[in-house]
Design a protein around this ligand. Structure first.
Ligand code: IMP
Length: 427
């Protein structure tokens, strides 16, 4: 049996889509275990580009079983739109399975996400406004509606009406917003339930049975370590646990099933939304990386904040998820720079920090301590082995390996499937 967990090792947007796609080609089952349509994976197949938010990227392989696990929050309208658009492009969704325990994002979650953000003014989180936080709040508050509830009409109606009593009070009294009408939501969501019912299955049972048969299971990541509710840069985080432990919970498998935890790191750092970012580049170099790396959100289109690679973040991510191999993406984007910087520590007043601090106040006060290395000018996209890479690029990779203590298993030198240097097996 072999389950591999893939986690984002920075602030999300590490290029997980490409690595997931690579690993999915070897797996019989691919599972999405946390988050919702706040995520966006870009996968390039030949001349075609797929931007996928909820359906696991394994769907692009016809024989692969794709699971949306219990830890995911699902906006059924978005999911159906995605399923329809995949089918319209000739991708079969017959192998999709959805956990009845996955929670449903309701229209009031989306509205509340928007209103809560607005009310925070300058202290806003910068959420994707997809209703993710409010849906997980209801899950933790034990008032959430799950996919399995949608298909039980009477129970669904009761839960919806009861939820709307308190949600409408908040909407009207706190925010002065319009209340929702239960009957309207009921009719709309019942329609979604009818279409999604055939895909519901006991996904924990399915995944564990596949593992028993000796099949390969990939738990594909979403978001990233620093967006983790517990281990991320709270409160500027998402409302789930995108670290390796969260993947087990969200898929319904035990930690003993995990063979490897693969962390995805980008050759530089990006962040969307608010919060401190020590290596952020607000100059021309940052703009150059943004343009060259197409660093604009897959989900919201927002320009991503860009900065130098931060070894403290990668080492921290490796620690909290037990990462034993890194996939490094977008090495090609770093080409053409005279010099490249790597952050090896933070200066906070008189103190030199060598580990990522837990407090946001501390992080905001940190100045990055850099090591400078010569850059390279060559185009890397045709290179398929370490030996072909320019010496300066190899030095950069070696330094990342030394500073993080984690081996590299894959290097991406372009967005296409074949623009990849594979160094080790993951399964
Ligand atoms: P939420 O997940 O929409 O509640 O947003 C919370 C924070 O997580 C915001 O800073 C978002 O920009 C960030 N976030 C959520 N999902 C992703 C992602 O897939 N990539 C990058 N940032 C994300």
């Amino acid at each position: 049996m072999a389950a591999v967990v893939l986690v984002g090792a920075q602030w999300g947007d590490e290029g997980k889509g490409k690595v997931t796609d690579f690993l999915a080609s070897q797996a019989q089952v691919v599972v999405r275990s946390t988050g919702g349509n706040n995520a966006g994976h870009t996968v390039v197949v030949g001349e075609e580009e797929f931007k996928i938010h909820l359906v696991p990227s394994g769907i692009l392989y016809p024989a692969t079983i794709c699971v949306i696990g219990n830890g995911v929050v699902i906006d059924p309208k978005v999911l159906l739109t995605e399923m329809d658009s995949l089918e319209a492009r000739g991708v079969s969704i017959a192998n999709l399975r959805i956990s009845p325990n996955a929670h449903v994002i309701m229209p009031y979650h989306i509205k509340l996400d928007e209103l809560e953000e607005e009310s925070k003014g300058n202290n806003k989180i910068g959420t994707t406004k997809r209703g993710i936080g409010p849906a997980y709040m209801d899950k933790a508050g034990r008032t959430g509606i799950r996919m399995g509830d949608l298909i039980e009409e009477d129970g669904f109606r009761r839960k919806l009406e009861s939820n709307l009593q308190s949600k409408n009070l908040i909407l009207e009294k706190v925010y002065g917003a319009k209340p929702f009408v239960a009957e309207k939501i009921f009719a709309e969501y019942l329609g979604y339930a009818k279409r999604l019912a055939p895909y519901l299955a006991d996904t924990s049972l399915l995944i564990n049975a596949a593992l028993e048969r000796g099949e390969k299971v990939l738990l594909e990541g979403a978001q990233g370590t620093l967006l983790d509710l517990d281990h991320g840069t709270y409160p500027y985080v998402t409302s789930s646990n995108p670290t390796a432990g969260g993947a087990c919970v969200g898929a319904g498998i035990g930690p003993t099933r995990i063979k490897n935890v693969v962390g995805v790191i980008k050759a530089y750092t990006t962040r969307v939304g608010e919060g401190p970012f020590p290596t952020e580049l607000v100059d021309a170099a940052g703009e150059e990386i943004r343009q060259k790396g197409h660093e604009f959100g897959t989900t919201t289109g927002r320009p991503r904040r860009c900065g130098w690679f931060d070894a403290l973040i990668a080492r921290y991510a490796a620690r909290v998820s037990g990462i034993n191999a890194f996939a490094l993406t977008k090495l090609d984007v770093m080409g053409g720079l005279e010099t490249i910087k790597i952050c090896i520590g933070y200066q906070r007043g008189d103190e030199l920090l060598t580990e990522f601090p837990l407090s946001q106040t501390a992080l905001a006060e940190c100045q990055p301590v850099y090591e400078e290395m010569p850059g390279w000018q060559e185009d890397l996209s045709q290179m398929r082995s370490l030996a072909e890479l320019p010496q300066a690029a190899r030095n950069y990779l070696n330094r990342i390996k030394e500073l993080t203590g984690v081996d590299l298993f894959l290097i991406a030198v372009g967005p296409r499937r074949d623009e990849t240097i594979v160094l080790q097996e993951a399964f």
